[in-house]
Design a protein around this ligand. Structure first.
Ligand SMILES: O=P(O)(O)O[C@@H]1C[C@H](O)[C@@H](CO)O1
Length: 223
């Protein structure tokens, strides 16, 4: 992140206002579709979508396979907004830009954020294709001071020193496990600790061993 970069409250608000004036949807849930999950957005009912390039203030997605579209619609009767493609730091985006949509969603009334991503498994029991529910994380970028919350704090979005214990809602995690059981896929789903690294290179063997020893179950480039 460039330490002098700042995004004012007005810029988030302008984007939120633009979206709310172009869609009737008022989502309470936002879903970030990681690599391979973009098709989830295609299943929304009563869809309305916007290319990122048409949304004022929105960064552009440059990753192959990430459509770069914001899709509004209903999923099981709930109003949702899906990001078909996220922004990564390795694309050259600052962390402020990478996380820009999250504050926009908050201003639109979103209360629940579901993040999904492709990640590399370090846990013995996690096979390719399995699903890991994040129960906690190690933010390696944050630990060295690379954090989108750096810079002047905007109290309207939250406190200067936000607590991070319990940031992955226990009720939602239990619900996911319950649904996996109902669907008969509980054997493919488990909870674990996610570590965020900058990418774009994958880890060396030594780095993967280190992360494993630190208690990391999956590693990815998603902030
Ligand atoms: O959007 P996600 O975080 O799922 O994408 C991950 C990170 C890289 O873009 C890619 C590496 O395999 O997958």
């Amino acid at each position: 992140m460039h330490s002098k970069e700042q995004i004012g409250h007005d810029e988030y608000q302008n984007t939120a206002d633009w979206l709310m004036s172009h869609t009737k949807h008022r989502p309470l849930v936002a879903i970030i579709c990681g690599s391979g999950l973009g098709m989830l957005a295609d299943t929304l009912k009563c869809q309305g979508s916007f290319d990122y390039s048409d949304i004022p203030g929105f960064p552009q997605s440059t990753v192959q396979g990430h459509a770069g579209r914001l899709v509004f619609g209903e999923l099981k009767g709930k109003s949702c907004v899906c990001m078909q493609g996220r922004f990564h730091m390795y694309e050259g985006h600052s962390l402020l830009k990478t996380t820009f949509p999250i504050r926009v969603f908050k201003l639109m009334g979103v209360e629940t954020l579901i993040v999904t991503n492709a990640a590399g498994s370090l846990a013995d029991g996690l096979q390719p294709g399995d699903i890991m529910i994040i129960k906690d994380h190690i933010n390696f970028l944050g630990l060295v001071g690379l954090n989108p919350l750096s810079g002047p704090n905007d109290d309207k979005f939250g406190p200067r020193f936000p607590a991070m214990s319990g940031c992955y809602d226990k009720g939602l995690r239990s619900l996911m496990m319950e649904i996996a059981k109902q669907m008969g896929v509980a054997g493919l789903v488990q909870e674990g600790v996610y570590a965020m690294v900058g990418g774009p290179n994958f880890e060396t063997i030594a780095e993967a061993k280190l992360l494993h020893r630190l208690g990391v179950d999956a590693v990815g480039m998603m902030y």
